[in-house]
Design a protein around this ligand. Structure first.
Ligand SMILES: [Cu+2]
Length: 131
């Protein structure tokens, strides 16, 4: 059996206990026509750009139709289902194909890693109809 390297023990960035992340719009079960703006809500923490280590602040990530749990020790992946808003944006224009989709927000630190404890919104399901 090969010798295992000890896992890196870098601690995750702490978040305040009252941090609250939520999707302002759309709401759970909403039906939206065509492309739409998704608005991000955050209480008791600040939004900054990726790479900024200011305490109690991070940048938004929107998970679209993600079912697999995120690895807490790894940066959030970057692909068409894991959208990073490293410029400090608090809204996103989404143009999803018609049908049901899930949306979930995750706040992450300067290195795109989740906070401890994680700051993650409720997952909502919406239905997109033809615009
Ligand atoms: Cu990121």
């Amino acid at each position: 059996m090969p010798e295992m390297q000890p896992a890196p023990s870098r601690k995750r960035t702490p978040s305040p206990p009252d941090a609250y992340l939520y999707i302002i719009w759309p709401g759970q079960g909403d039906r939206v026509r065509g492309a739409f703006w998704c608005r991000f809500g955050l209480r008791n923490m600040g939004v900054t750009h990726a790479g900024d280590r200011h305490p109690n602040s991070g940048h938004h990530h929107l998970l679209v139709d993600v079912t697999d749990p995120l690895d807490l020790d790894e940066p959030i992946p970057t692909d068409k289902n894991h959208l990073h808003f490293g410029g400090g944006q608090t809204e996103a224009r989404l143009d999803l194909p018609p049908g049901k989709h899930t949306l979930q927000l995750v706040l992450a630190d300067a290195d795109h890693r989740q906070f401890d404890p994680p700051v993650i919104s409720r997952k909502i399901t919406i239905e997109v109809t033809h615009g």
